[in-house]
Write a protein that binds this ligand. Structure first.
Ligand code: FBP
Length: 322
Protein backbone atom coordinates (compact mmCIF):
# COMPACT_ATOMS: atom_id res chain seq x y z
CA UNK A 1 0.00 0.00 0.00
CA UNK A 2 1.06 3.55 -0.78
CA UNK A 3 2.53 5.58 2.09
CA UNK A 4 1.34 9.05 3.09
CA UNK A 5 4.57 10.73 1.96
CA UNK A 6 4.43 9.55 -1.63
CA UNK A 7 0.71 10.40 -1.98
CA UNK A 8 1.44 13.95 -0.73
CA UNK A 9 4.31 14.25 -3.22
CA UNK A 10 2.06 12.97 -6.04
CA UNK A 11 -0.48 15.63 -5.04
CA UNK A 12 2.28 18.23 -5.43
CA UNK A 13 2.34 19.29 -1.77
CA UNK A 14 5.37 21.53 -0.98
CA UNK A 15 8.18 19.78 0.93
CA UNK A 16 7.78 21.97 4.04
CA UNK A 17 4.04 21.32 4.20
CA UNK A 18 4.73 17.57 4.03
CA UNK A 19 7.19 17.92 6.92
CA UNK A 20 4.64 19.90 8.92
CA UNK A 21 1.91 17.31 8.27
CA UNK A 22 4.24 14.49 9.34
CA UNK A 23 5.06 16.41 12.51
CA UNK A 24 1.39 17.00 13.35
CA UNK A 25 0.56 13.35 12.63
CA UNK A 26 3.40 12.20 14.88
CA UNK A 27 1.55 14.06 17.64
CA UNK A 28 -1.71 12.33 16.65
CA UNK A 29 -0.01 8.92 16.85
CA UNK A 30 0.98 9.73 20.43
CA UNK A 31 -2.59 10.82 21.17
CA UNK A 32 -3.85 7.57 19.61
CA UNK A 33 -1.63 5.63 22.01
CA UNK A 34 -2.68 7.71 25.07
CA UNK A 35 -6.36 7.33 24.16
CA UNK A 36 -5.97 3.55 23.77
CA UNK A 37 -4.43 3.37 27.25
CA UNK A 38 -7.60 4.88 28.78
CA UNK A 39 -8.18 3.89 32.45
CA UNK A 40 -4.91 1.92 32.48
CA UNK A 41 -3.07 5.26 32.33
CA UNK A 42 -5.63 7.19 34.41
CA UNK A 43 -6.39 9.54 31.53
CA UNK A 44 -10.17 9.24 31.63
CA UNK A 45 -12.46 11.68 33.41
CA UNK A 46 -12.57 15.45 33.73
CA UNK A 47 -10.26 18.11 35.10
CA UNK A 48 -11.54 20.88 37.39
CA UNK A 49 -10.92 23.52 34.74
CA UNK A 50 -13.05 24.99 31.92
CA UNK A 51 -11.92 26.05 28.46
CA UNK A 52 -12.73 29.39 26.82
CA UNK A 53 -15.97 27.85 25.52
CA UNK A 54 -17.15 27.32 29.11
CA UNK A 55 -16.83 23.52 28.71
CA UNK A 56 -15.34 21.37 31.46
CA UNK A 57 -12.07 20.06 30.06
CA UNK A 58 -11.50 16.31 29.93
CA UNK A 59 -8.05 15.09 30.99
CA UNK A 60 -7.51 13.86 27.43
CA UNK A 61 -8.46 17.31 26.05
CA UNK A 62 -5.61 18.84 28.04
CA UNK A 63 -3.15 16.01 27.28
CA UNK A 64 -3.90 16.07 23.52
CA UNK A 65 -3.68 19.85 23.37
CA UNK A 66 -0.28 19.83 25.12
CA UNK A 67 1.10 17.10 22.83
CA UNK A 68 0.16 19.05 19.68
CA UNK A 69 1.22 22.41 21.08
CA UNK A 70 4.68 21.10 22.06
CA UNK A 71 5.37 19.26 18.81
CA UNK A 72 4.22 22.16 16.60
CA UNK A 73 6.10 24.80 18.63
CA UNK A 74 9.32 22.78 18.38
CA UNK A 75 8.91 22.14 14.64
CA UNK A 76 9.96 25.57 13.36
CA UNK A 77 7.41 25.36 10.50
CA UNK A 78 4.59 27.02 12.45
CA UNK A 79 4.20 30.74 13.19
CA UNK A 80 1.15 30.38 15.42
CA UNK A 81 -1.61 28.01 16.43
CA UNK A 82 -5.24 28.39 17.49
CA UNK A 83 -6.78 25.59 19.50
CA UNK A 84 -10.21 24.84 20.98
CA UNK A 85 -8.43 24.42 24.33
CA UNK A 86 -6.45 27.70 24.21
CA UNK A 87 -8.13 31.02 25.02
CA UNK A 88 -5.82 32.95 22.71
CA UNK A 89 -3.52 32.40 19.74
CA UNK A 90 -0.25 30.72 20.77
CA UNK A 91 2.79 32.23 19.09
CA UNK A 92 5.37 29.71 17.85
CA UNK A 93 8.32 30.42 15.52
CA UNK A 94 8.63 34.02 14.19
CA UNK A 95 9.79 32.71 10.81
CA UNK A 96 7.24 29.91 10.63
CA UNK A 97 5.43 29.82 7.28
CA UNK A 98 2.21 28.21 8.46
CA UNK A 99 -0.72 28.69 10.85
CA UNK A 100 -2.39 25.61 12.34
CA UNK A 101 -5.90 25.57 13.84
CA UNK A 102 -6.95 22.42 15.66
CA UNK A 103 -9.49 20.73 17.89
CA UNK A 104 -7.16 18.41 19.80
CA UNK A 105 -9.93 16.02 20.84
CA UNK A 106 -13.27 16.32 19.13
CA UNK A 107 -16.21 14.52 20.72
CA UNK A 108 -14.62 14.66 24.12
CA UNK A 109 -17.93 13.71 25.76
CA UNK A 110 -17.21 10.25 24.28
CA UNK A 111 -13.83 9.75 25.97
CA UNK A 112 -15.25 8.09 29.09
CA UNK A 113 -17.53 5.72 27.15
CA UNK A 114 -14.78 4.40 24.85
CA UNK A 115 -16.55 5.78 21.79
CA UNK A 116 -15.28 7.56 18.69
CA UNK A 117 -13.16 10.70 19.17
CA UNK A 118 -10.65 12.50 16.97
CA UNK A 119 -8.29 15.36 16.22
CA UNK A 120 -9.35 17.90 13.57
CA UNK A 121 -6.94 20.38 11.94
CA UNK A 122 -6.52 22.92 9.17
CA UNK A 123 -3.41 24.67 7.87
CA UNK A 124 -3.09 28.07 6.17
CA UNK A 125 -0.13 30.24 5.15
CA UNK A 126 1.15 32.65 7.81
CA UNK A 127 1.30 36.33 6.81
CA UNK A 128 5.04 37.06 7.27
CA UNK A 129 4.54 40.68 8.35
CA UNK A 130 2.52 39.74 11.44
CA UNK A 131 3.67 39.09 15.00
CA UNK A 132 3.30 35.41 15.91
CA UNK A 133 0.72 36.11 18.63
CA UNK A 134 -1.44 38.40 16.46
CA UNK A 135 -4.91 36.76 16.23
CA UNK A 136 -5.78 38.71 13.07
CA UNK A 137 -3.41 36.37 11.19
CA UNK A 138 -6.21 33.79 11.49
CA UNK A 139 -8.80 36.07 9.85
CA UNK A 140 -8.72 34.04 6.64
CA UNK A 141 -11.68 32.24 5.01
CA UNK A 142 -11.54 28.45 4.70
CA UNK A 143 -10.83 28.83 0.98
CA UNK A 144 -7.30 29.89 2.02
CA UNK A 145 -6.54 26.51 3.63
CA UNK A 146 -3.63 24.56 2.10
CA UNK A 147 -4.45 21.37 4.00
CA UNK A 148 -7.11 19.97 6.32
CA UNK A 149 -7.84 16.67 7.98
CA UNK A 150 -8.86 14.62 10.93
CA UNK A 151 -7.48 11.59 12.72
CA UNK A 152 -10.22 9.30 14.00
CA UNK A 153 -9.38 7.25 17.13
CA UNK A 154 -11.60 4.20 16.79
CA UNK A 155 -11.19 0.41 16.36
CA UNK A 156 -8.45 1.49 13.97
CA UNK A 157 -6.81 4.87 13.78
CA UNK A 158 -7.72 6.51 10.49
CA UNK A 159 -6.72 9.73 8.74
CA UNK A 160 -8.75 11.74 6.25
CA UNK A 161 -6.58 14.35 4.54
CA UNK A 162 -6.77 16.86 1.69
CA UNK A 163 -4.27 19.31 0.25
CA UNK A 164 -6.76 20.41 -2.40
CA UNK A 165 -6.21 17.43 -4.73
CA UNK A 166 -9.06 15.24 -3.54
CA UNK A 167 -9.67 13.65 -0.12
CA UNK A 168 -7.73 10.51 0.74
CA UNK A 169 -8.29 8.04 3.59
CA UNK A 170 -5.36 6.39 5.35
CA UNK A 171 -5.15 3.74 8.08
CA UNK A 172 -2.41 3.74 10.74
CA UNK A 173 -0.38 0.54 10.49
CA UNK A 174 0.65 0.11 14.13
CA UNK A 175 3.27 -2.50 13.18
CA UNK A 176 5.55 0.19 11.69
CA UNK A 177 3.70 3.34 12.80
CA UNK A 178 3.00 4.66 9.28
CA UNK A 179 -0.25 5.84 7.65
CA UNK A 180 -1.03 3.73 4.56
CA UNK A 181 -3.41 4.85 1.80
CA UNK A 182 -6.54 2.70 2.05
CA UNK A 183 -9.05 4.79 0.02
CA UNK A 184 -7.65 7.26 -2.53
CA UNK A 185 -9.93 10.05 -3.81
CA UNK A 186 -12.97 9.07 -1.79
CA UNK A 187 -16.29 10.28 -3.29
CA UNK A 188 -19.48 11.04 -1.31
CA UNK A 189 -22.66 9.69 -2.96
CA UNK A 190 -24.78 12.67 -4.06
CA UNK A 191 -27.96 11.09 -2.71
CA UNK A 192 -28.54 9.49 0.68
CA UNK A 193 -31.18 8.09 3.03
CA UNK A 194 -29.24 8.78 6.21
CA UNK A 195 -29.31 11.93 8.34
CA UNK A 196 -27.52 13.03 11.50
CA UNK A 197 -28.73 15.65 14.00
CA UNK A 198 -29.17 15.86 17.78
CA UNK A 199 -32.96 15.41 17.75
CA UNK A 200 -33.26 16.36 21.42
CA UNK A 201 -32.84 20.00 20.31
CA UNK A 202 -35.86 19.85 17.97
CA UNK A 203 -38.06 22.37 19.84
CA UNK A 204 -35.25 24.95 19.62
CA UNK A 205 -34.77 24.66 15.82
CA UNK A 206 -36.08 27.22 13.33
CA UNK A 207 -39.36 26.22 11.57
CA UNK A 208 -37.74 25.30 8.22
CA UNK A 209 -35.36 22.86 9.95
CA UNK A 210 -38.26 21.39 11.92
CA UNK A 211 -40.19 20.91 8.63
CA UNK A 212 -37.20 19.37 6.86
CA UNK A 213 -36.61 16.85 9.67
CA UNK A 214 -40.32 16.01 10.02
CA UNK A 215 -40.43 15.15 6.30
CA UNK A 216 -37.42 12.85 6.73
CA UNK A 217 -39.13 11.13 9.68
CA UNK A 218 -42.40 10.85 7.68
CA UNK A 219 -40.49 8.73 5.15
CA UNK A 220 -42.61 6.98 2.47
CA UNK A 221 -45.78 8.41 4.05
CA UNK A 222 -44.52 11.97 3.53
CA UNK A 223 -43.47 14.24 0.62
CA UNK A 224 -40.00 12.63 0.36
CA UNK A 225 -41.58 9.26 -0.56
CA UNK A 226 -38.65 7.30 0.89
CA UNK A 227 -37.53 6.20 4.34
CA UNK A 228 -34.52 7.83 6.06
CA UNK A 229 -32.39 6.41 8.89
CA UNK A 230 -30.88 8.50 11.71
CA UNK A 231 -27.38 8.24 13.19
CA UNK A 232 -25.67 10.47 15.83
CA UNK A 233 -22.17 9.66 17.12
CA UNK A 234 -21.97 12.86 19.25
CA UNK A 235 -18.53 13.38 17.75
CA UNK A 236 -18.46 15.33 14.47
CA UNK A 237 -15.33 13.44 13.43
CA UNK A 238 -17.24 10.13 13.63
CA UNK A 239 -20.34 11.42 11.81
CA UNK A 240 -18.29 13.01 9.01
CA UNK A 241 -16.21 9.83 8.60
CA UNK A 242 -19.45 7.88 8.05
CA UNK A 243 -20.56 10.47 5.48
CA UNK A 244 -17.24 10.33 3.60
CA UNK A 245 -17.54 6.53 3.63
CA UNK A 246 -21.19 6.02 2.58
CA UNK A 247 -22.90 9.44 2.28
CA UNK A 248 -25.42 11.23 4.47
CA UNK A 249 -26.22 14.69 5.81
CA UNK A 250 -24.83 15.99 9.13
CA UNK A 251 -26.51 18.98 10.73
CA UNK A 252 -25.80 21.22 13.69
CA UNK A 253 -28.06 24.14 12.77
CA UNK A 254 -28.66 27.37 14.62
CA UNK A 255 -31.02 26.86 17.55
CA UNK A 256 -32.63 29.18 20.06
CA UNK A 257 -31.10 27.70 23.20
CA UNK A 258 -28.42 30.43 23.05
CA UNK A 259 -29.83 32.99 20.57
CA UNK A 260 -26.62 35.03 20.53
CA UNK A 261 -24.61 32.05 19.30
CA UNK A 262 -24.71 31.27 15.56
CA UNK A 263 -24.34 27.55 16.28
CA UNK A 264 -22.43 25.04 18.41
CA UNK A 265 -19.55 24.10 16.14
CA UNK A 266 -16.44 26.25 15.71
CA UNK A 267 -15.53 27.65 12.27
CA UNK A 268 -11.70 27.53 12.29
CA UNK A 269 -11.04 24.05 13.70
CA UNK A 270 -14.28 22.10 13.17
CA UNK A 271 -16.47 23.46 10.34
CA UNK A 272 -13.77 24.70 7.93
CA UNK A 273 -11.55 21.58 7.92
CA UNK A 274 -14.58 19.29 7.54
CA UNK A 275 -15.94 21.52 4.75
CA UNK A 276 -12.64 21.30 2.82
CA UNK A 277 -12.57 17.48 3.16
CA UNK A 278 -16.23 17.09 2.16
CA UNK A 279 -16.05 19.48 -0.80
CA UNK A 280 -12.92 17.74 -2.09
CA UNK A 281 -14.92 14.48 -1.92
CA UNK A 282 -17.79 15.90 -4.00
CA UNK A 283 -20.08 16.95 -1.15
CA UNK A 284 -21.48 20.29 0.01
CA UNK A 285 -20.79 22.29 3.21
CA UNK A 286 -23.16 25.18 4.00
CA UNK A 287 -24.17 27.36 6.96
CA UNK A 288 -27.77 27.53 5.73
CA UNK A 289 -27.11 30.93 4.16
CA UNK A 290 -23.87 30.29 2.26
CA UNK A 291 -20.72 28.19 1.73
CA UNK A 292 -18.93 27.52 5.05
CA UNK A 293 -15.48 28.01 3.46
CA UNK A 294 -16.39 31.55 2.34
CA UNK A 295 -17.27 32.76 5.84
CA UNK A 296 -14.81 35.52 6.84
CA UNK A 297 -13.89 34.79 10.46
CA UNK A 298 -14.22 37.49 13.10
CA UNK A 299 -12.86 35.51 16.05
CA UNK A 300 -10.74 32.35 16.45
CA UNK A 301 -13.51 30.64 18.46
CA UNK A 302 -16.37 31.81 16.23
CA UNK A 303 -19.28 29.35 15.85
CA UNK A 304 -21.33 28.67 12.71
CA UNK A 305 -24.41 26.60 11.79
CA UNK A 306 -23.41 23.47 9.85
CA UNK A 307 -25.26 21.56 7.10
CA UNK A 308 -22.80 19.20 5.41
CA UNK A 309 -22.72 16.05 3.31
CA UNK A 310 -24.28 14.51 0.18
CA UNK A 311 -24.71 17.23 -2.47
CA UNK A 312 -28.35 16.59 -3.45
CA UNK A 313 -29.54 16.14 0.14
CA UNK A 314 -27.94 19.38 1.37
CA UNK A 315 -29.51 21.14 -1.64
CA UNK A 316 -32.92 19.72 -0.69
CA UNK A 317 -32.47 20.85 2.93
CA UNK A 318 -31.57 24.38 1.76
CA UNK A 319 -34.75 24.55 -0.36
CA UNK A 320 -36.75 24.45 2.92
CA UNK A 321 -35.38 27.85 3.88
CA UNK A 322 -35.76 29.37 0.40
P1 FBP B 1 -16.05 19.09 21.19
O1 FBP B 1 -16.26 17.75 21.74
O2 FBP B 1 -14.74 19.28 20.56
O3 FBP B 1 -16.38 20.18 22.13
O4 FBP B 1 -17.05 19.21 19.89
C1 FBP B 1 -18.27 19.43 19.82
C2 FBP B 1 -19.09 18.16 19.58
O5 FBP B 1 -18.76 17.16 20.49
C3 FBP B 1 -19.05 17.62 18.16
O6 FBP B 1 -18.01 16.77 17.91
C4 FBP B 1 -20.39 16.90 18.07
O7 FBP B 1 -20.88 16.82 16.76
C5 FBP B 1 -21.28 17.76 18.94
O8 FBP B 1 -20.44 18.54 19.78
C6 FBP B 1 -22.17 16.95 19.82
O9 FBP B 1 -23.10 17.83 20.35
P2 FBP B 1 -24.25 17.35 21.36
O10 FBP B 1 -23.60 17.28 22.69
O11 FBP B 1 -25.28 18.43 21.24
O12 FBP B 1 -24.75 16.05 20.89
Amino acid sequence: MKRLNSQLQDDGAPAELILLLRTLLAGCKEISFRVSQGALAGVLGSTLSENVQGETQKKLDVISNQILKDILQESGYVKAISSEEEDDVVGCHPNGNYLVSFDPLDGSSNTDINSLIGTIFSITHAPQWMEPDDPSAFIQPGTQAVAAGYVLYGPSTMLALTTGKGTHIYTLDKTHGGFLLTTPNIRIPEQTSEYSINASNQRHWQPHIQNYISDLIAGTQGPRKKDFNMRWVAAMVGDIHRILTRGGIFMYPYDEREPDKAGKLRLLYEANPMAFLVEQAGGTADTGTGRIMEVMPTDIHQRVPVLIGSKDEVATCLEYSA
